[in-house]
Design a binder for this molecule. Structure first.
Ligand code: NAD
Length: 340
């Protein structure tokens, strides 16, 4: 496949390959859309099976960032970097600085943040060479968890008729940065939390901290609960996995939960409500945007809390127009961008 025939290529403003032979840096940077002169999105660092796989990832993820920003009321477009990690070489500070130079070369048109494989400490190294970085002083995960919590409240109201989460059973997949914080918020609100992680010691420790239940990660999708909150990897919802679910709604932070549109239709045909991940997981992006304008914690919280209303609008629209929640959210994006 040629680069220009990669899915979504022609919807992007730019796609560039950056190579620094000295440090071994090889990275694709995609800017899907600039709004207010910039595109925001994380730097992903992981091995890829091929350059084409990295191109596909960066194009898909940067487009998703635009959707996320538009629905979150963030004045930026979407962008993303995918760094092709070489498993035989360490992720050195020199490589991260070289990535910082790449970000800097966009002159603020690309603002970067963490993603898979790039943590706050890595980002601090990147910030030593460019100011166009967010989420170092205010790590994203707690804000993402807050937004996800608000989305779960919306789903509980819409699908379960509950205006409080007390007694609502939530099964969380992934006890990482977002999943753990989400679990704390849910338990504080009186929800009954079940948690699973492939790192079972991590899930057990979190469960005992919170008085929650941890279960085998392979059993999580079969667990009986009111809401499933995927907070691990993408692609967890397939036509087959949806058949296993014993929940009334899915609402979690993991990016790209639907393996394909078929999975969304499978959820709809089983009457399982879905909060699209690009709507519900925008809390970290919102916090990052506020960093650029002077950070005020209460204003950030107020902005993130609007995710609850947005999720309700998505659910209502899907129901009234007999479309999936993802289709409803995409229509809202197109309307707000004036592209339909
Ligand atoms: P993380 O790496 O801290 O946590 C992910 C956890 O999932 C890990 O503990 C891992 O062991 C576990 N895991 C992996 N596969 C699993 C499986 N099959 N079953 C159960 N557990 C499994 O990542 P995070 O920062 O918490 O992000 C979680 C998800 O949310 C990711 O999909 C990420 O892209 C998305 N997201 C995160 C943010 C953020 O602010 N960090 C923002 C938006 C979206």
């Amino acid at each position: 496949m040629s680069i220009t025939s990669s899915p979504g290529f022609d919807q992007h403003e730019s796609l560039a390959f950056h190579h620094d032979p000295e440090t071994g840096l090889r990275a694709f940077v995609a800017i899907h859309r600039k709004r207010d002169g910039r595109g925001c999105g994380g730097i992903r660092y992981r091995p890829y099976s091929s350059e084409q796989a990295a191109i596909d990832d960066v194009l898909r993820l940067s487009a998703a960032m635009t959707r996320k920003a538009v629905l979150a009321g963030v004045a930026a477009g979407g962008a993303k970097s995918c760094v092709l990690a070489d498993p035989s070489r360490p992720k050195t500070p020199a490589l991260l600085q070289a990535m910082g130079q790449v970000v800097h070369s966009y002159g603020g048109a690309y603002v970067c943040a963490p993603d898979v494989g790039i943590g706050t400490e890595d980002l601090a190294v990147i910030r030593s060479v460019t100011p166009h970085v967010v989420a170092v002083d205010h790590p994203a995960a707690p804000y993402t968890a807050r937004g996800t919590f608000r989305g779960i409240e919306a789903v509980a109201e819409w699908k379960l008729g509950r205006d409080r989460l007390e007694g609502v059973r939530v099964a969380i997949q992934g006890a990482g940065n977002v999943g753990a914080q989400l679990a704390r918020l849910l338990v504080a609100a009186g929800a009954i939390v079940t948690i699973a992680d492939t790192d079972t010691a991590k899930a057990d420790a979190l469960a005992s901290e919170l008085g929650a239940r941890s279960i085998d990660p392979t059993a999580l999708l079969d667990a009986e609960a009111d809401i499933l909150a995927p907070c691990a990897l993408g692609g967890v919802l397939t036509r087959a996995s949806v058949e296993r679910l014993r929940v009334r709604a899915v609402a979690g932070a993991a990016n790209n939960q639907l393996a394909d549109p078929d999975a969304g239709r499978a959820l709809a045909s089983r009457g399982i409500a879905f909060a699209p991940d690009f709507v519900i997981s925008a809390g970290g992006l919102i916090a990052g945007e506020h960093e650029l304008d002077g950070f005020d914690e209460s204003a950030v919280h107020e902005h993130i809390d609007r995710i609850r209303t947005t999720v309700l609008h998505v659910l209502e629209r899907a129901a009234t127009q007999s479309i999936t929640e993802t289709e409803a959210a995409e229509r809202m994006v197109a309307e707000r961008m004036g592209t339909r």
